[in-house]
Design a protein around this ligand. Structure first.
Ligand code: AMP
Length: 398
């Protein structure tokens, strides 16, 4: 008999190439309540674990030192050991995972079994730098705890509502049919923003809104009545805006030139476009916006100028896809924290009807547009983990 005094809990895992982030949510009174969160970083170089409660107080910390290689399995084992104590008061109802690619198959979150995991494995070539790491803890948990319910949630799913024309590249049909299409990413972040937008701005929620997810990875999404109709990312998370270390949109002719003139192969081009470009590549200083804004170097200024210019261009493109604009929303690391970048982006969007409220922007909003602004501007913190927990709860019916 299950103990009726115990609450259900949902564990959310977000596994990347060098880290596993986790959040534990309790299901209380029908609501999801954060119990604790944290991460293990540097799992192949110098692993560090930290867990904090919902108020941000440290619950546990550990560092393994330089050169220690925990790997994904070792990191997961440490995390489960920590959670054994945390979970004493809960019944673990299931684990929700962030998975970057659902391909054309998964337009919704899905409960994972061995068959689903095999299908998700087929999308590794579509997101080689993320998908294998996302799947690693799913596979490990299927082996360690086969009865534990697991749900995969996808960064692509939210964009499956894009009209067919927005998902199409101008290439032969055979390649389109083989899956070479525009998918779009950061969908869990956009879905969360769409879900809370009615609390901030009923007109934006029912109308035409561009959301700017400006983090280390960066993209923008056009929402029509809360549904994604276009986004700046495409076949991979490389497309669109300039990012911390990723180039964003680049003339495909450049790739041909790199192969012909520089003798670069796919792996070398991958390193260049994913890890050595963007803010880091242009500035030669850092991929961190804070460092560039604080720097007096002309190359840092150029990198920030290009970052803002690319946003200006994409804003016009998404407003065109929407046929007008009612609101813009800033979110993620840079979007939530950098009043300077927000101010510059709003100034560049004046032609679309955006008027900033400088003081509100400096304070961090949430409303950062002037009362007379035709287009409302907001800064709203994203919460991808909560979105994953909500999906997991719904799929598992807890
Ligand atoms: P995320 O991937 O959403 O965690 O965002 C990480 C990025 O946010 C970092 O690379 C920083 O450049 C940026 N960031 C965080 N805080 C600030 C800030 N106060 N000003 C400018 N950029 C910031």
């Amino acid at each position: 008999m299950p103990d009726p005094t115990m609450h259900d809990a949902i564990l959310v895992l977000n596994a990347g190439s060098s880290s596993i982030k986790f959040s534990l949510f309790a299901v209380r009174g029908g609501e999801l309540e954060l119990d604790c969160r944290g991460q293990i970083e540097g799992i192949y170089t110098s692993p560090r674990f930290a867990a904090r409660d919902a108020a941000g107080a440290t619950l546990s910390e550990k560092a393994w030192g330089e050169g220690a290689r925990l790997g994904h399995d070792g990191a997961l084992a440490h995390l489960l050991e920590f959670l054994r104590g945390e979970l004493a008061d809960y019944r673990l109802a299931g684990v929700g995972h962030r998975v970057v690619h659902g391909g054309l198959v998964y337009t919704q979150p899905v409960r994972v079994d061995a068959g689903v995991l095999a299908t998700l494995g087929k999308f590794v070539p579509l997101a080689p730098l993320h998908q294998p790491h996302n799947l690693a803890p799913i596979r490990a948990l299927l082996e360690r705890a086969p009865d534990l319910a697991q749900v995969a949630t996808f960064d692509t799913s939210f964009h499956r509502t894009n009209p067919a024309i927005a998902q199409r590249f101008a290439i032969p049909a055979e390649l389109h049919d083989a899956g070479v299409q525009r998918y779009g990413f950061h969908g869990l972040s956009y879905e969360y923003i769409a879900s809370v937008l009615p609390q901030f701005d009923a007109r934006a929620a029912a109308g035409r809104t561009v959301v700017l997810h400006l983090g280390n990875g960066a993209s923008m999404c056009a929402l029509a009545a809360g549904r994604s109709v276009a986004s700046t990312m495409g076949f991979t998370a490389l497309e669109g805006l300039m990012m911390g270390t990723r180039s964003g949109a680049i003339d495909p002719g450049v790739l041909l030139w790199l192969m012909d003139e520089r003798g670069m192969d796919a792996r070398a081009i991958e390193r260049l476009l994913y890890h050595q470009s963007g803010l880091l590549g242009v500035s030669g200083i850092s991929s961190d916006m804070r460092a560039l804004l604080a720097s007096g170097e002309p190359r840092a200024k150029l990198a920030v100028d290009l970052y803002v210019y690319r946003i200006r261009r994409e804003m016009g493109s998404l407003a065109a896809a929407l046929g007008g604009l009612d609101a813009i929303v800033f979110t993620a690391g840079i979007g939530e924290n950098s009043a300077e970048i927000r101010a510059r982006v709003m100034a560049e969007a004046a032609w679309l009807g955006v008027r900033a409220n400088g003081r509100a922007n400096a304070r961090g909003g949430p409303r950062i547009s002037a009362a007379k602004s035709r287009v409302a501007a907001w800064t709203i913190p994203t919460n991808e983990e909560l979105m994953i927990a909500r999906h997991t709860r719904r799929v598992l019916g807890v």
